[in-house]
Design a protein around this ligand. Structure first.
Ligand SMILES: [Zn+2]
Length: 221
């Protein structure tokens, strides 16, 4: 069960903003428990739960998993998090204002006060360049950025480039991202910090590092 004194960190950033790389970095440096909705979705599918079967049907037909389903998966799983430290990173959720409102209402608003949001602001053209350097694990789906100088995932899977990462697809995804995310960012305006400008992944990491220290999150020893 998640506690009121836990900090819930939400990373917001366009595809290719370096969000995955930053999450990876923070999880290694800080006493943080990591919670990715992508992984949870895949787990539900693997376990063959009712939710998992619905997700599988939608994904197979090429559709998008709707808000209400993702919300249910988060509600179901977030209560089981036993944070080893004082913070949780929520990766891939919320993506919309409606999801953020749902999250704020879980357990009568128990989580609401614990939420801190980090937005990675980047230039679209720069994102397109970054995405072209991105690779994913063929086995577990983990994303790897330019900071990762390896060809094999920690799970043993091979790192490959995805068709999704081609330019036109990326441009469409960026447009969709902006449409969905502007209301979200607005909703979080009282809890958001921004990392902006043309920064390297190392600089993003350093800035975020300072925020986490300010929030009293402890480093791993
Ligand atoms: Zn892997």
């Amino acid at each position: 069960m998640i506690h009121r004194n836990v900090t819930l960190i939400i990373l917001v950033g366009a595809p290719g903003s370096g969000k995955g790389t930053l999450a990876q970095y923070l999880k290694e440096k800080f006493d943080i428990c990591y919670f990715s909705t992508g992984v949870l979705l895949r787990n539900e599918v693997k376990k063959g739960t009712d939710i998992g079967r619905s997700v599988e049907r939608i994904v197979e037909s090429g559709g998008l998993v709707e808000d209400s389903l993702v919300n249910e998966i988060v509600r179901k799983n977030i209560k089981d998090i036993e944070p080893e430290g004082k913070a949780v990173i929520l990766d891939g959720y919320p993506r919309t204002k409606e999801q953020a409102q749902f999250l704020d209402e879980i357990d009568n608003g128990a989580l609401k006060q614990t939420i801190k949001v980090i937005e990675l602001v980047v230039d679209n053209e720069e994102v397109i360049v970054r995405i072209s350097k991105r690779r994913v694990c063929a086995k577990c789906g983990n994303t790897y950025g330019p900071m990762d100088k390896i060809d094999i995932c920690s799970c043993g899977g091979k790192l490959i480039k995805r068709k999704d990462d081609e330019e036109l697809t990326v441009r469409n995804r960026l447009d969709e991202y902006e449409k969905a995310t502007l209301p979200l960012i607005d909703y979080y305006s009282d809890r958001i910090v921004k990392i902006s400008g043309k920064r390297t992944p190392e600089e993003n990491a350093r800035v975020a590092d300072n925020y986490l220290c300010d929030w009293g999150i402890e480093r791993r020893r």
